[in-house]
Write a protein that binds this ligand. Structure first.
Ligand code: C5P
Length: 406
């Protein structure tokens, strides 16, 4: 998450079994380039020791408002002012109640109250038993803290430490990281609806076989995540891939190019940006057999005839909304040589204002890539970086080319 590089995060732990996940969260934050100051309540220290959190953050943990390490003896003032964000994970039912009342009799709630609200966002990752989560008092307190400006990240559903099953688990560390990164990103696409296609398609030959390709979907998923972080409403139409859905993104799973075409043309009627990253199969078997095609022992191979799939991008790019400028279309080109020439020709052929070129064999399945962006004015190379970082750059380029909304 490039948005977290160089950021300073106060990671607050209140009491709950989910404290064990905060160790991993701290590690991920540090790995993403953030500095982390851990603050723990007395209850949190019953679940995980400050030793672990100090080792992972590389900084001594604070847990008392009387901590004399600060020159002015005011950790509640200093810690909040140094931070780019305060993240409470886990946030217990009791801690939410304390925030709702504006209590300040221990360091963590005190620094939440004392933080400069307009500059330092407060994010809460609640964790508690499902009955506690559903209780009207908790729901009421959450409404209050949200009204007071806190961002509540929601909870997961599933097995709980108490043996019950339901809502109230703390989100996974990766999910919290993604939400925090989004919170800290500039909202350059606020008010936009971004439609993304991603992954390969699967063209059935019979019920157990088909034709597909090696696209992993990683670039398209990274683009969807970056668009959401930039404040857009995002719909992601995904071919068969094994990737978690980016947070806050609407995902539509499809198999074939025909299904992707139907879904994409449907959503394109309301979208303002369309980014076609999918590696759509060019052809499909003319007829998919309803039963498995059997070897008959004769040595003959079954005749397979193909028909061309619809070009989703070209179709949408030539729609009335795209041609009138209501829908901004972006295509991808995966080439194996002469990238600039082939990709420039593809931009003309597809009729899109912006085309992103990359070398197919160097990108399929990889976590990093290098891009070339081509528009009517010329081209710009973006050197090798993680797909998430490249997606952020691409979204920033798109945001410069579309009207500002809200
Ligand atoms: O023609 P080619 O497959 O190289 O074009 C690549 C671009 O066109 C990508 O943006 C891809 O998502 C899109 N495409 C499409 N539908 C197709 C074929 C490609 O949307 N049937």
């Amino acid at each position: 998450m490039t948005q977290l590089a160089g950021k300073h995060i106060v990671l607050g732990l209140s009491g709950g079994v989910a404290c064990y996940k905060s160790a991993e969260l701290c590690r991920l934050l540090v790995k993403a380039g953030a500095t982390v100051q851990v603050v723990m309540t007395e209850a949190a220290a019953q679940f995980i020791t400050p030793v672990t959190m100090q080792a992972l953050s590389g900084r001594a943990v604070y847990s008392s408002q009387w901590d004399g390490r600060e020159r002015n003896n005011m950790p509640h003032i200093n810690l909040g002012r140094e931070a780019d964000a305060v993240l409470i994970a886990p946030c217990s039912a009791d801690f939410i109640a304390r925030l709702a009342q504006g209590r300040s009799d221990e360091l963590l709630s005190l620094l939440c109250l004392a933080r400069p609200m307009e500059r330092v966002p407060l994010l809460l990752a609640p964790a508690m038993n499902r009955e506690m989560w559903q209780h009207p008092a908790t729901q009421r307190n959450m409404e209050q803290v949200a009204r007071d400006g806190a961002v509540i990240l929601g909870v997961g559903n599933g097995e709980q430490a108490c043996g019950e099953t339901g809502d109230g688990r703390m989100l996974e560390p990766e999910e919290i990281l993604e939400d925090l990164a989004a919170q800290l990103s500039p909202k350059t696409l606020a008010g936009h609806h971004v439609l993304v296609t991603a992954g390969p398609t699967f063209e059935a030959i019979d019920p157990v076989r088909g034709i597909t390709n090696l696209s992993s979907g990683k670039m398209g998923f990274a683009v969807a995540r970056a668009a959401r972080a930039a404040g857009a409403q995002v719909t992601l139409i995904a071919g068969p891939v094994h990737l978690p859905t980016p947070r806050g993104v609407q995902r539509i799973d499809v198999q074939s190019a025909a299904q992707m075409f139907d879904a994409a043309t449907g959503f394109a009627s309301a979208a303002s940006v369309f980014i076609a990253t999918a590696a759509v199969a060019d052809w499909r078997p003319a007829q998919a057999s309803s039963q498995k095609i059997k070897k008959d022992g004769s040595g003959d191979v079954p005749p397979l005839a193909f028909v061309e799939n619809p070009d989703i991008l070209a179709g949408i790019a030539h729609s009335r909304r795209a041609e009138s400028g209501e829908l901004f279309c972006v295509g991808f080109a995966a080439e194996s040589e002469n990238l600039l020439d082939h990709a420039s020709a593809k931009r003309e052929r597809k009729g899109v204002p912006l085309l992103v070129g990359n070398i197919g064999p160097a990108t399929f399945g990889q976590d990093d890539n290098a891009l070339i962006l081509i528009d009517a004015q010329g081209h710009r190379e973006i050197p090798r970086a993680s797909k998430q970082a490249l997606a952020g750059e691409l979204i920033a380029e798109i945001a410069r080319r579309v009207p500002v909304r809200d």
